[in-house]
Design a protein around this ligand. Structure first.
Ligand SMILES: Cc1cc2nc3c(=O)[nH]c(=O)nc-3n(C[C@H](O)[C@H](O)[C@H](O)COP(=O)(O)OP(=O)(O)OC[C@H]3O[C@@H](n4cnc5c(N)ncnc54)[C@H](O)[C@@H]3O)c2cc1C
Length: 381
């Protein structure tokens, strides 16, 4: 029988406290893993435990780019991690995006294929010499060139032409509405029979002979749930439960402007190896990033503002994207990403009852569904 500090009832034990798979974390990875499991095995008893009232990590606080890497970012990743790892990670993002599109109707996540762009500065112009090489490398994945130069659009879009020396276009990139996506996924897994418990933080878990015992605290009391298997999908927060994991949190700041009547462009945009990113949404500009302006300050699992980063975002907005225009900021927020020695996620079996799918490397919208497929494979093996 499942225990708790208060006695649980027979009914609670039977219907709520036992499962075949318990997933910790209701972000895109946790929910997609639940979907993957229940789509394959409808009778499985799946419980998802989420510490927030809403999913409270990155999945409801990101920028909603359906992307796999800009030219400068791919080149930087090849330099840092080697061609094999960089390409395998990129391929996993592309596969993840395909899986996401198979599962979620485009209208349910407002998926819009406006394409993506990268702004290159004067200092980055030498990267253009690598354009053909990278297009060739990606040819087996896309069967067409991915990046092409579209400099005429720099003025058309109203960007600062003294700061933007080249503009690249990637027709394979898209954007989506992260709130709609997450709400759809939540509804989807519940319609498939998953039990979603929110406002409940897992404190610890341990494998026993009769299953894995998961201790969680909620506002009313502490509970212990028992499950045949466990999936840890807590991304940046993974070390709170498994301190040995190589996961470094990276906070990301985002701002959104008030609606702009004459916004001249649509699409997803990257600059400075992906450290700045912006897009259109509802006639507004959503801009995020600048973490590289204060790496130390943003290496945290705490949500919150960072004046250095906010200032850098404001400067980028007013000096590069919309020079000479005073745009009003409507809202700012932060979310927490997870990084490691490479951008490859950690997807592995931890012990005979537990699997781990964490460290999305800042691109979990894309790679999250790929990780879910791998986790479901491990859990159902
Ligand atoms: C500002 C920002 C912009 C981004 N933009 C993009 C983008 O445009 N495109 C893209 O592909 N990616 C983007 N990302 C990255 C992407 O959002 C993440 O990689 C992805 O959401 C990670 O999903 P996840 O499910 O692994 O983690 P999360 O969404 O963080 O989910 C983990 C969940 O676990 C819960 N949890 C943690 N500990 C416990 C516990 N002990 N008990 C119970 N629950 C717990 C958390 O509350 C959280 O809800 C961005 C991220 C940020 C922060």
């Amino acid at each position: 029988m499942a225990e708790s500090t208060h006695q649980s009832s027979y009914w609670e034990d039977q219907s709520f406290l036992q499962s075949d798979v318990l997933i910790i974390g209701a972000g895109i990875v946790g929910l997609s893993t639940a979907a993957e499991l229940l789509e394959r095995k409808p009778d499985l008893r799946v419980t998802i435990v989420e510490r927030g009232l809403l999913p409270s990590g990155a999945s409801t606080r990101n920028a909603g780019f359906a992307c796999f890497g800009s030219l400068s970012e791919i080149l930087a990743d090849i330099d840092a991690f080697g061609e094999d790892i960089a390409l395998a990670t990129l391929q996993a993002r592309v596969t993840g995006l395909k899986r996401l599109q198979q599962r979620v109707p485009e209208t349910a996540m407002d998926y819009q294929q406006h394409g993506g762009y990268e702004l290159l500065s004067a200092a980055q112009m030498p990267l253009l010499a690598q354009l053909d090489r990278i297009n060739q490398l990606l040819m087996p994945i896309f069967q067409a060139p991915v990046f092409r130069r579209v400099e005429a659009k720099i003025n058309e879009f109203g960007f600062a032409d003294n700061r933007v020396n080249a503009l690249l276009f990637n027709p394979f990139e898209a954007q989506l509405h992260s709130g709609m996506l997450m709400r759809w996924l939540l509804k989807h897994v519940q319609s498939l029979g998953a039990l979603v418990l929110t406002g409940a933080e897992v404190q610890r878990f341990r494998a026993e002979q009769d299953g894995v015992h998961v201790e969680l605290s909620s506002q009313d009391r502490n509970w212990t749930l028992r499950s045949e298997q466990l999936a840890l999908c807590t991304n940046a927060f993974a070390r709170a439960l498994l301190p040995e994991l190589s996961v470094t949190p990276g906070r990301g700041q985002v701002l959104i402007t008030e609606p702009i009547a004459d916004l001249r462009w649509q699409g997803t945009f990257h600059a400075e190896e992906g450290y700045y990113y912006f897009r259109n949404i509802d006639q507004r500009i959503l801009l995020g990033g600048a973490r590289h302006q204060d790496f130390a300050g943003e290496t945290t699992t705490e949500f919150g503002d960072n004046p250095i980063v906010s200032q850098a975002l404001d400067t980028f907005l007013h000096q590069v994207i919309s020079p000479n225009k005073q745009l009003r900021i409507a809202q700012r927020w932060s979310g927490i990403m997870a990084f490691g020695e490479t951008k490859k996620p950690i997807v592995k079996r931890h012990d005979e009852r537990t699997v781990i799918g964490v460290r999305m490397g800042g691109m979990g919208v894309a790679i999250g569904s790929s990780v879910a497929v791998q986790l479901a494979d491990l859990l159902l093996a």
